[in-house]
Design a protein around this ligand. Structure first.
Ligand code: NAD
Length: 339
């Protein structure tokens, strides 16, 4: 089996590539990634030592690159993690989100259809469902909840989901879609809540929390997300959408306090800042379908996953520093020459 993982130099894609290389000794794994600010080739340093792994730098929306690549490589399966993924950035610059997240997905699917790819998995997000009220804790997103995206980011992800589902209905192209809640764990870029708070708390800097910190997210350890995607790619039913969630709803303030407690830092570092425009109140996932049909459940309890995550960032302070100073980009130049 030859499997293409797009966006594999980012947070979840990196974790997924290591899982594939460890578990499937007969697989050839190719990573295609543009190495935007969020992609870090250093994440894949150990994978690059493995003869079953190859890295290709490129844009999923670049048809001139993608079609000949697919013709030459004849992938069996494609898992599309590549995306612009930060809501705040989508508010200030939506265009690149549409280009990568929507057109990029279409270009990948067109090339996949032409070259007989047997499974295309689209990695999506619970954010496509919009948000839930804070005062009705029994309400959860199911796969049947209508799409009601709030931000340019979630609207672009929702568009890609709809196009993937349309390719199944129209052409019988074997796609699956997964919609996952908020992930945390090793290799997450320090603009996202948990690594941002860890990196600032480590330097005793103020921790900016939007509004009053009461927005609720459902948190899932990244390894559990990767296990779910792995199952769907191998055993999911074409044309189906699967919700993936951690059953772990926390307010942003609770998450930040957990980080501070684990690092032994004072809560006085917390600083409330002006809320994000259109900030979704609450996300909560009903993941009973993937449990019933594929037998997946989250395995990592929040406290355990957070302890592992905080420890990873402490042990990998050089990784963090290289991102914070921008020098992580020099690794690519050293490996492949200047752009
Ligand atoms: N992080 C989460 O909590 C979460 C939750 C649910 C779903 N998701 C989805 O999972 C996927 C991965 O998320 P992440 O947090 O790892 O994101 P990330 O931002 O860490 O990584 C994205 C990767 O995609 C690459 N990329 C961006 N544009 C590209 C392009 N045009 N061509 C090729 N590569 C490109 C980047 O270089 C980067 O390596 C995304 O599709 C995201 O929507 C993320």
């Amino acid at each position: 089996m030859k499997i293409l993982v797009t966006g594999g130099a980012g947070f979840i894609g990196t974790n997924f590539i290591y899982r594939l290389l460890e578990r499937y000794e007969a697989y050839d794994v190719v990573c295609l990634d543009l190495l935007t600010y969020a992609g870090n080739l250093k994440n894949l340093e150990q994978a690059l030592e493995n003869p079953r792994f190859r890295f290709i730098r490129g844009d999923i929306a670049d048809r001139q690159l993608i079609e000949p690549l697919f013709e030459a490589e004849r992938f069996d399966a494609v898992v599309n993690f590549a995306a612009e993924s930060h809501v705040d950035r989508s508010i200030s610059n939506p265009g690149v989100f549409l280009m990568t997240n929507v057109i990029g997905t279409q270009v990948l699917m067109d090339a996949s259809r032409k070259t007989g790819v047997k499974r295309f998995h689209q990695v999506s997000t619970d954010e496509v469902y919009g948000d839930l009220p804070l005062d009705q804790p029994d309400l959860l997103f199911t796969e049947k909840t209508p799409i009601h995206a709030s931000s340019p980011y979630s609207a672009s992800k929702a568009s890609a989901d709809l196009i993937a589902l349309a390719y199944f209905r129209t052409y019988g192209f074997p796609i699956t879609v997964s919609r996952c809640s908020n992930n945390y764990g090793p290799y997450q870029f320090p603009e996202k809540l948990i690594p941002l708070m860890i990196s600032r708390a480590l330097c005793d800097k103020k921790l900016p929390v939007y509004g009053n910190g009461s927005n609720v997210r459902d948190w899932l350890y990244v390894g559990d997300h990767c296990a779910a995607v792995d199952l769907i790619v191998h055993r999911g039913v074409p044309g189906e959408v699967y919700n993936i969630g951690g059953n772990t709803e926390k307010t942003n303030l609770e998450v930040v306090k957990t980080v501070l407690a684990q690092l032994g830092k004072p809560e006085s570092l917390i600083e409330f800042v002006r809320d994000r425009a259109g900030h979704d109140l609450r996300y909560a996932i009903d993941a009973s379908k993937i449990k019933a049909e594929l037998g997946w459940e989250p395995e990592t309890a929040f406290d355990e996953g957070m302890a592992r995550t905080v420890a990873w960032y402490c042990q990998n302070s050089a990784w963090l520093d290289e991102i914070l100073t921008g020098s992580y980009r020099e690794y690519y130049a050293a490996m492949y020459g200047e752009d």
